[in-house]
Ligand binder design. Structure first.
Ligand SMILES: Nc1nc2c(ncn2[C@@H]2O[C@H](COP(=O)(O)OP(=O)(O)OP(=O)(O)O)[C@@H](O)[C@H]2O)c(=O)[nH]1
Ligand SMILES: [Zn+2]
Length: 359
């Protein structure tokens, strides 16, 4: 294996030489879990932490490594290393951190292309598509639109979709595919190149996993657990989030990816549905959901045709998505906290009784 197979390129190498980083190992972060990183290097995979100095001087989340990063590190044990520096990223996929106002969460870095997948059936939504494309452009990731499940629609419907896209998003390549008939697979594979990094964006159920599995042609690393090292009390169990596709492309797939679409739901909704937002300020109730309330200005506007009924429906749907997303995040946080408590109790009991049980 060469570092280039993991996505290393001339820019990174130039930087490494300019900065005199020759004494370090170079590797790519393939997974992250609570400030522990799995890093792939020419010498194999290391579990790594950042230097105290890096942590001390970090001003924001962006100063910590993320999946996709190239880092300079020093190996200590056969499987443990310290990260000294993050090489400059050429692209960063991020979203506002939920519950931490003004903070951002990095989902992945150094991605060349994003396949933005929408199914041609019910899922197709030009506003949402536009939102994903905007995210790609602002992250410096090249988008490729993929219209999936074309086996479920006829050519008339497909052509209508393609026309809609051409009118609204004219400069992004579009590929129509089906995971059933494998239509469009040639086109997809011709875009995937050795040493380039890809990700899949799109709603749940549009066929992203099926596509990735078919492209890789084998069981993916995603489902594999990174070996746990328990020496010196270190312990890391996580899933690799960076996988090598059948034809040498690199795919980053992590839970954060699934949340990218929700990234700027608030601002997205505000720009797309500014009329609704503006009118809603005059609703009788402050917490009006604009679905059934008396004195709702939005419902009034839908009824008198001031607001398009379909766009109103889309607005409600996205609000629901957003509420669902927020409740999932809250639930996850609650669970993390609970597990944290258990671990703490367990440790306390170990100290007291020599075992983890409460007496
Ligand atoms: N008819 C048809 N069904 C498909 C196609 N691709 C995927 N499916 C089905 O759609 C469902 C969802 O597919 P997934 O690949 O799991 O979708 P996903 O986008 O990865 O969904 P998440 O994992 O939730 O993000 C599965 O039941 C697939 O069998 C397709 O091209 N045509
Ligand atoms: Zn209202």
């Amino acid at each position: 294996m060469k570092l280039e197979d993991l996505g290393y390129n001339r820019q990174f190498e130039t930087y490494r030489l300019e900065q005199g980083l020759e004494v370090f190992e170079i590797g790519r972060v393939v997974a992250e879990h609570k400030e522990r990183y799995a890093v792939n290097t020419l010498k194999g995979e290391f579990e790594a932490e950042i230097t105290g100095n890096m942590r001390f001087t970090a001003r924001s989340r962006e100063d910590f490594p993320a999946v996709g990063d190239w880092v300079a590190l020093t190996a200590y044990d056969p499987d443990f290393a310290i990260i000294h520096q993050i090489l400059p990223r050429f692209s960063v996929l991020k979203r506002p951190a939920v519950g931490h106002f003004g903070e951002i969460q990095i989902i992945a870095t150094n991605i060349d292309f994003a396949f933005v997948v929408q199914a041609g059936d019910r899922d197709f939504n030009i506003n949402r598509l536009e939102r994903y494309i905007t995210i790609c452009h602002s992250s410096n990731v090249h988008p490729v639109i993929v219209i999936g499940k074309t086996d479920l629609i006829d050519d008339v419907k497909l052509n209508e979709i393609l026309r809609t896209i051409k009118a609204r998003i004219p400069n992004v390549p579009v590929i129509s595919i089906s995971n059933e008939t494998r239509r469009g697979y040639d086109e997809i594979t011709s875009i995937i190149k050795n040493g380039k990094t890809y990700c899949m964006l799109g709603s749940s159920g549009v066929g992203k996993s099926t596509l990735v599995n078919n492209l890789s042609g084998k069981t993916l690393m995603k489902t594999e657990t990174i070996s746990e090292s328990t020496n010196k009390g270190r312990h890391m169990t996580t899933h690799r989030e960076l996988i090598i596709l059948g034809n040498g492309g690199i795919l980053i797939d992590n839970p954060g990816m699934r949340e990218v679409g929700m990234a700027d739901v608030e601002t997205g909704l505000e720009t797309t549905f500014d009329t609704i937002i503006r009118l809603s300020q005059n609703c009788r109730f402050k917490d009006c959901t604009h679905t059934c309330e008396a004195g709702c200005e939005v419902i009034r506007a839908v009824e008198n045709g001031e607001i398009d009924r379909a766009s109103y429906g889309n607005y409600l749907k996205m609000q629901k998505e957003k509420a669902h997303f927020e409740s999932t995040v809250a639930e996850r946080k609650r669970k993390d906290k609970m597990i944290g408590k258990w671990v703490k109790n367990y440790k306390k009991n170990v100290k007291k009784n020599g075992n983890g049980y409460t007496d």
